[in-house]
Each structure stands twice: as structure tokens, then as C-alpha cells.
Ligand binder design. Structure first.
Ligand SMILES: Nc1ncnc2c1ncn2[C@@H]1O[C@H](COP(=O)(O)OP(=O)(O)OP(=O)(O)O)[C@@H](O)[C@H]1O
Length: 225
């Protein structure tokens, strides 16, 4: 089942002499449960593509269908609602709130949801346990290693129950052993039914995905399983 589809997406930054065509007609279909890596040289448009997939940025032209809904025609409010329900992000440098505890960081996406606190707390505890970080609940992110911090970020991405997880170089700030452990974790998460799309420069990371999309000069030039 198709979870998202991009049709002839372009993204142009700037105007006139300073114009940059970051995406030059991207067609892409992702099925529910896919585990996809996006690779390509620096400046080829990977982050731009990920930002558009994550509804963090809008294309200059083209159509984006996310879970059957035409995102290209949505107003900001509607778009952020859909994004919050459907998409979670994991970043290279974790993007955790340093002044909050691990528990509170994972709770963040649930704060604006309207169901009882006890249920929220149970969900946070469930994901802390699943990711092996329950003993750090009261610690601040800066008291943890990089790998532990990324587990917190992944727990935060999972707690809201979004279908799609987008990750920008999720192992980029980790040593290779920790990075491998993290990829195994992402594989497990994928096997439990989540759709994962990640940007990476690392061949070993890409090998763990089901297929790789190669992008060059804003165009998809290859797709390899
Ligand atoms: N906000 C922006 N304003 C102007 N140009 C931009 C902006 N963001 C990206 N670009 C340009 O768009 C092109 C694609 O950038 P993008 O960041 O998507 O590439 P990338 O493949 O993710 O690169 P890297 O691997 O170095 O992170 C580049 O030429 C970049 O300079």
C-alpha cells in the first residue's frame, strides 16, 4: 500500500542570479513498511527532499500525496496537524531539550494530545523500556552518551505513534559500533510496521535498508535493492 507519493516535485531557492534548483522533478513512491535510504553527493538535494517529505518545507511545484491527502493544497494549520499525526523526525545531533529530563523529552510530543496523563506516562515508560533507557528517565540528555541520546530521540519519535519516521544521518554523530547497534534498532522498528526513510552518506548504513535511492543534481538517478 502506497503511504506517500511525490509527482514531479521541484524546489527552487532564491531568485534571479542567486536561484538554486535543489530539486528538479522528483517522482517517488514509498510503500507502507518500506525502509529506504537516500544517498547522493553533497548539495544534491537530499535534505531538501527529506524536508519536503516531512512537510517542513513546501515544493515550488509538483504534487505531494501523503496517506491519500494532497499536501500541496493544504493550508499551514491543516498541514501541521497532518504532520504531527503521521511523521516523526530523528536528527544527526539528536535535537533533545537539554534542560528537560529524558522522561520529559520523550513526553514532549504527547503534551498537546488530549488523553489522560496516566496513559501518556505509560506510553513513555513503554518506549523507554523498549529502547533500554528506562534507567536514565530522570537524567538530562547531556549526562548521556551519544548512542543513549539517540535512543531517547528515537523513543520520542515513536511515542506519538506516527507511521513514518524520517531520519537525517541518524548515526552520523556516533562511533561505528554504536551506529551499528542503532541501525539494528531501526531495523526492528521497521519490522514492527513503521515506514523509515533516512538520509545517509554511509554505505554500511544504507546496506541495512531495503533499498537505496540515489539523487544527483536534484534528480533521482537510481534505485537499488
Ligand atoms: N535555504 C536555502 N537557501 C538557498 N539554497 C539552499 C537552501 N537550502 C539548500 N540550498 C541549496 O540547495 C541545494 C541542495 O541542498 P541540500 O541541503 O538539499 O543538499 P544535500 O544533498 O542535503 O547536501 P549535504 O549532503 O551537504 O547535506 C544546494 O545547492 C544548497 O546550496
Amino acid at each position: 500500500m502506497k503511504i506517500l507519493e511525490l509527482k514531479n516535485i521541484t524546489k527552487i531557492y532564491g531568485k534571479g542570479d542567486s536561484e538554486t534548483k535543489a530539486l528538479a522533478g522528483v517522482d517517488l513512491t514509498i510503500e507502507k513498511g518500506d525502509f529506504c535510504a537516500i544517498m547522493g553527493p553533497s548539495g544534491s538535494g537530499k535534505s531538501t527532499l527529506l524536508n519536503i517529505l516531512g512537510c517542513m518545507d513546501t515544493p515550488t511545484s509538483g504534487e505531494y500525496i501523503l496517506k491519500g491527502q494532497d499536501v500541496s493544497k493544504m493550508k499551514n494549520k491543516q498541514l501541521s496537524k497532518l504532520r504531527n499525526q503521521v511523521i516523526s523526525f530523528v536528527f544527526q545531533y539528536f535535537a533533545l531539550m537539554d534542560e528537560y529530563t529524558v522522561f520529559d523529552n520523550i513526553m514532549l510530543p504527547l503534551n498537546c494530545q488530549k488523553y489522560p496523563y496516566k496513559e501518556k506516562k505509560d506510553r513513555v515508560k513503554y518506549y523507554m523500556k523498549r529502547l533500554g533507557i528506562e534507567k536514565y528517565a530522570k537524567k538530562k540528555p547531556t549526562q548521556l552518551s551519544g548512542g543513549q541520546q539517540q535512543r531517547v530521540a528515537i523513543a520520542r519519535a515513536l511515542v506519538s505513534n506516527a507511521d513514518i519516521i524520517l531520519a537525517d544521518e541518524p548515526t552520523g554523530a556516533l562511533d561505528s559500533t554504536t551506529g551499528e547497534e542503532l541501525m539494528e534498532l531501526l531495523q526492528e522498528i521497521n519490522e514492527s510496521g513503521k515506514t523509515l526513510i533516512l538520509v545517509t552518506h554511509n554505505e554500511k548504513v544504507a546496506e541495512k535498508c531495503n533499498y537505496v535511492i540515489y539523487i544527483e543534481d536534484g534528480k533521482i538517478v537510481d534505485k537499488l535493492s
